[in-house]
Design a protein around this ligand. Structure first.
Ligand code: HEC
Ligand code: HEC
Length: 159
């Protein structure tokens, strides 16, 4: 009982001291505003324009609308655009990293073709993983994000 009382009085004293110290700092600093991501905003700008142009065609097969597809031929138009945004997010880049803006079918930017080969790499790795019999997870596999984590050049070691 005595120990408890001692403990309580020490705690109260400490609280009082702490209050004294902070009494003149009652105004808290403003919470940091959510940092705007200019790269994401840039992607949204391009996507908004394309979504407007393609309104009503979202469910059409991509190769009936776009000119130069070798991988995403059969996905719906709306989904192709979502994949574009996701690739940008995954690599931390805007559309311009892989495309000449508004010339989406052009092949002059190398990362565009690299991306197709990366898709094949992901397919191969995911097939290989199936042959590791001891893995029991139903959805064991890798994606662009597994390696890229928001960077165009994935880190080889912890930073
Ligand atoms: C990491 C590279 C990469 C990024 C980033 C990227 N794209 Fe693509 N994009 C591609 C590839 C690769 C294809 C072709 C896919 C195929 O061959 O099936 C493509 C195809 C397209 C097409 C179809 C063009 C046609 O007519 O064949 C459009 C439209 C497009 N992208 C828009 C965008 C927009 C808008 C953004 C930004 C939000 C974007 N892309 C970001 C790689 C990228
Ligand atoms: C197994 C890991 C791995 C996976 C999975 C992977 N990548 Fe990569 N990617 C790399 C490496 C490593 C490089 C080479 C980076 C360098 O130049 O040092 C690279 C390079 C790239 C580049 C060229 C980078 C540049 O500087 O322009 C693009 C574009 C790219 N990857 C897109 C993708 C996309 C899209 C996917 C998913 C379809 C993907 N990658 C999946 C490891 C991976």
């Amino acid at each position: 009982m005595k120990a408890l009382l001692t403990f309580l009085s020490i705690t109260i004293a400490l609280c009082w001291l702490a209050n004294c110290k902070t009494a003149d700092k009652t105004v808290l600093p403003p919470a940091p505003a959510a940092t705007p991501d200019p790269i994401a905003a840039d992607r949204t700008r391009y996507l908004d324009r394309l979504r407007k142009e393609l309104a009503g065609k979202e469910k059409m097969q991509a190769d009936s609308v776009f000119q130069n597809l070798k991988k995403l031929n059969k996905v719906p138009v709306g989904r192709l655009l979502n994949i574009m945004d996701r690739w940008g997010e995954t690599l931390g880049v805007s559309c311009e990293h892989c495309h000449v803006p508004n010339e989406w079918a052009s092949e002059v930017k190398q990362p565009k073709e690299i991306t197709r080969q990366m898709m094949s790499l992901v397919e191969r790795v995911n097939q290989d993983i199936q042959s590791i019999e001891a893995i029991k997870s139903e959805r064991a596999g890798v994606s662009c994000y597994t390696c890229h984590h928001g960077e165009a050049k994935p880190a080889r070691r912890p930073k």
